[in-house]
Design a protein around this ligand. Structure first.
Ligand code: ZN
Length: 657
């Protein structure tokens, strides 16, 4: 591993804290060092307090910050004297320690200091760097792990046997460090956990960390245990969506709420899943206990969730007894699933959680294969993993997480999603916690939002192959389909029936009617598997109850879709799928209505633009957002017992009334 230090970059960061920010970001750039919070850094400095008296402080990484993007505000200023005094206590519960760490802050607004803050304070260096480096963990997770570590690092580091992070670990380091350290000590090696380095400058501490990690990497290379097997040439099964949706439904039942099931189609994942020894090597435990919160102790191999639940229950009962506390079992849903046909899938209540589990398992696959090549993969005993999974600090975090949004863990698909009402529907659903797949013919859909809970796909809804491909991609991305918003449609220029070309008629029917029929039909088996029941919302039109002259094709197509929806409501009720329509009118904040068209239409009726926009019973303007909010509510609890309804959202139209 190479140092990323650059003198010119570093020169832009002046002062202790800024230097700390700079090299923390350098560590953060390497996912093989610090993956999703698996690492932290600190700097010791002296600052005057409000009375002008100097105070020794430890600025340590605060929770909720990622090293790659950390700022000065991400470091919590703790009073050194308080931390060092805590280290002299014979024992302290971790909840009490967390409270004391907060009390040690000189700024009550700072984030919660890292649970490893006391350990940072104990080490002599001004700058302290800590990582959970993959290469080091590979080394540890072998039968000869400790011997390798001692031989490779000699006495340049103090070796600390594995204990759970928190007060116990700080206490053990406080005891062992002074016994074994000497002038040449540059860090700590925490078995099965990670490395600490320290130095007088940010650069020295950072580059010592890179050196320590490189020692582990070079050893793995020398022992032919570095390169993982070549990616698999196996072609993934083409049609996986129904199997994935069925699996997601079962996983959601184990979660006790809808969850997302994300497929990871990398060649590396297919190679790993195809290993003949998969059932052995994947069932030892996580690479480091730190991962258990995101991945659970073990992945599920295959799809037998009942067996997984039984094994998890046994694990819980066996190890809860050893903990001496009264514990409640967490959900028994796996977070990582390895299936020869479905590949690597990860589970999360949110797209972000599932993505993090995927990132972690991507590294775990490498760590496992390197350790296997080095002499056998051997994870920590289950009790150590259990103690972290059921750690009171983690449990407190779970309790404090707050209520999830109404559609958390659910997947919505919106057509015509790149602009206007469709885009507003995407936003309304995202606001309610859903993961959203947006379809549109406009390629802008793919870059509409860069966030893990949105997936934009180019799709021509009139082409069956395009629709099938989009549904397959959507389900691989999130695992299924709960809500379908049929919004895409065209409004052709007005033409009286006598003059209308059959070609235009057919085009309108093909997009506004045939495409919706095809999509509904293709989505039905997926909606049937929705954990909380499927929901369809049809963006209809005022033209259904009150058609207009010159809009024959449009009005007829919308009326036909309306009838299609009513039949679907009759047919699909037994499958717990409800379908409701809303009829908007005069929604002007869409691409269709340029200021010029608006002005000319207003003039046509002898009205000002403002009068024209509010030309309805309530004298109110109807926006895309108004329509979208109703569409989202139709998927929610308010409409839980309603199907086949038609609700106008038009400010009141006297022809409809
Ligand atoms: Zn750590």
């Amino acid at each position: 591993m190479k140092s990323l230090w650059s003198d010119s970059e570093a020169a832009q960061f002046s002062g202790d804290l800024a230097q700390r920010v700079y090299t923390s970001r350098l560590l953060g750039r390497e996912s093989a060092l610090v993956l999703h919070g698996g690492g932290n850094t600190s700097v010791k400095t002296r600052e005057p307090d409000v009375f002008g008296e100097p105070v020794d402080l430890l600025y340590v990484k605060g929770s909720g910050w990622d090293l790659e993007t950390i700022e000065g505000a991400g470091f919590s200023p703790c009073r050194m004297a308080h931390l060092l005094k805590l280290a002299t206590l014979p024992q302290l519960s971790d909840l009490a320690m967390a409270r004391e760490l907060k009390c040690s802050l000189t700024n009550p607004g700072a984030p919660m200091p890292s649970v490893e803050a006391i350990l940072h304070a104990l080490l002599p260096g001004k700058f302290v760097d800590h990582t959970h480096a993959d290469a080091f963990i590979s080394l540890c997770n072998t039968p000869e792990g400790e011997r390798h570590v001692r031989e490779l690092y000699g006495d340049s580091v103090v070796v600390i046997p594995y204990v759970m992070p928190g007060f116990k670990l700080a206490r053990l380091c406080a005891e062992l460090y002074p016994k074994h350290a000497h002038g040449g000590t540059i860090g700590l090696a925490l078995l099965n956990h990670g490395l600490f380095s320290f130095g007088a400058t940010a650069r020295e501490s950072y580059e010592r960390m890179i050196d320590l990690v490189s020692v582990a990497e070079d050893f793995l290379k020398k022992r032919q245990a570095w390169s993982v097997p070549a990616p698999s040439a196996q072609e993934p099964t083409a049609d996986r969506r129904l199997a994935l949706a069925a699996l997601r439904r079962e996983v959601s039942a184990q979660l006790g709420a809808p969850g997302l099931l994300v497929s990871h189609d990398s060649p590396a994942a297919w190679q790993f899943v195809g290993r003949p020894d998969l059932a052995t090597i994947s069932q030892q435990g996580p690479a480091t206990p730190d991962h258990v919160i995101r991945t659970k102790r073990l992945p599920l191999v295959g799809r037998d969730l009942g067996a997984y639940r039984a094994a998890y229950t046994t694990y819980f009962e066996k190890h809860a007894a050893g903990s001496g506390q009264k514990l409640t079992m967490l959900d028994a849903a796996p977070r990582v699933i390895l299936d020869p046909e479905l590949g690597l899938c990860t589970v999360g209540r949110t797209a972000k959680d599932a993505a993090i589990a995927g990132d972690i398992y991507g590294h775990t696959m490498e760590i496992i294969q390197r350790a296997t090549a080095l002499g056998g993969w051997k994870a920590l005993p289950a009790q150590d993993i259990f103690d972290v999974e059921y750690w009171d600090l983690e449990q407190a975090k779970l309790r404090g997480a707050g209520k999830p949004a109404v559609f958390t863990g659910e997947v919505a698909l919106v057509t015509g999603a790149a602009s206007g009402i469709g885009k507003a529907c995407v936003e309304a659903l995202l606001r309610r916690g859903a993961a959203v797949v947006g379809l549109d013919v406009n390629p802008a859909i793919t870059t509409l939002y860069a966030r893990p809970d949105f997936h934009g796909l180019v799709c021509d809804l009139t082409q069956e192959a395009s629709v099938t491909a989009a549904l397959e991609a959507a389900v691989r991305r999130y695992g299924g389909l709960d809500m379908l918003v049929l919004n895409a449609g065209i409004f052709p220029p007005g033409a009286p029936i006598a003059d209308m070309k059959a070609e235009l008629w057919r085009k309108v029917m093909s997009i506004n009617l045939d495409a919706n029929f095809m999509l509904m039909s293709a989505c039905h088996p997926l909606l049937k598997l929705a954990p909380n029941g499927g929901r369809v919302v049809v963006i209809g039109s005022k033209n259904v109850p009150a058609p207009g002259p010159g809009a024959a094709a449009y009005s007829a197509s919308k009326a036909a879709v309306n009838q299609l929806a009513r039949v679907a409501a009759l047919e699909w009720g037994k499958d717990r799928i409800r379908i409701n329509s809303l009829h908007p009118n005069m929604v002007f904040d869409t691409a269709l209505w340029t200021p010029e068209i608006l002005a000319s239409r207003a003039k046509h009726y002898g009205l000002s633009v403002e009068e024209y926009k509010t030309n309805n019973v309530l004298r109110t303007e109807v926006t895309s957002r108004d329509v979208a909010e109703l569409a989202a509510e139709m998927c929610g609890a308010l409409f839980a017992k309603t199907t086949a309804s038609q609700v106008p959202v038009d400010g009141g139209n006297d022809r409809v009334i």
